[in-house]
Ligand binder design. Structure first.
Ligand SMILES: [Zn+2]
Length: 259
């Protein structure tokens, strides 16, 4: 991934593959905003206990740095579901209730999602010129949000799964994500047989959530999957991590838009 610093010290990461395809995208970090304390500094979450004026200023800075008008963005109210929605120009400037995936073929419509450990999945169909973003925590992965996104591409865009490229952004890794056996079982049930998604150490079970999502993408037939390989919990100097910061933290943004 490419790392660069924008106005106000905002840092963005990009996948080279998407750059070549003229897809505007930004995997933001926690750097470059005005929030304080556990939300320092570029928190984009409205529901985490941060000062809402600070959150507003952070959004202003992000859209200014990316050169995207604020009213061209659509966001989901993320609820760890398998709900995926097709959006178009009519949805610009809205928050979509109870959804964890948005797909669009509209140039100039920006998708904005928020994360702190859950897996960001960026999707792109270069044949049909459509993009999608998915928020996959363990609940979403267990409920099948990844397969639901691939189906939504097929339904609205006509995408064949092999037309799709997927990028897996920074998320909590198997190094840090200790889970109960119930969680591990729930995710394993939603993964292809034989895929190893857990590791044992220190008498605990550690879940490889990005690996599980990759396996689900492959099982759904997605042609190419790239991994960021970044663990949010290992790198709280740059990322918000719900687990590493014991639930009191902000949310970093991921933005995607067809030019
Ligand atoms: Zn880690």
């Amino acid at each position: 991934m490419i790392r660069e610093t924008l106005d106000n010290g905002i840092v963005r990461y990009r996948f080279e593959t998407l750059d070549r395809e003229d897809v505007v995208h930004a995997i933001l970090t926690r750097l470059g905003g005005v929030s304080q304390g556990p939300f320092a500094t570029l928190n984009l979450g409205h529901t985490v206990g941060d000062d809402l004026e600070a959150v507003k200023e952070n959004h202003r800075r992000v859209f200014a740095a990316l050169g995207i008008p604020r009213d061209c963005a659509v966001s989901p109210y993320q609820v760890h579901s398998a709900n995926v929605r097709w959006v178009s120009q009519a949805h610009a400037g809205t928050v979509q209730p109870a959804t964890d995936g948005l797909i669009t073929g509209t140039p100039g419509l920006a998708l904005l999602f928020r994360f702190a450990d859950c897996v960001p999945v960026l999707l792109f169909d270069r044949t049909h010129r459509a993009i999608g973003l998915v928020h996959a925590g363990w609940r979403g992965a267990a409920k099948g949000v990844v397969a639901a996104a691939v189906k939504t591409f097929a339904h609205y865009v006509g995408s064949r799964p092999e037309d799709l490229w997927a990028g897996i952004g920074p998320a909590i890794g198997p190094c840090c994500y200790r889970v109960g056996s119930d969680v591990a079982r729930a995710v394993a049930r939603a993964c292809p047989d034989g895929v190893q998604i857990t590791q044992r150490k220190d008498d605990g079970v550690y879940l490889d959530l990005p690996g599980a999502v990759r396996a689900q993408l492959a099982a759904a037939g997605v042609g190419k999957v790239e991994m960021s390989g970044i663990c949010t919990a290992c790198h709280t100097e740059e990322w918000f991590s719900h687990r590493a910061e014991r639930g009191r933290t902000g949310r970093f943004g991921v933005v995607m838009m067809l030019r």
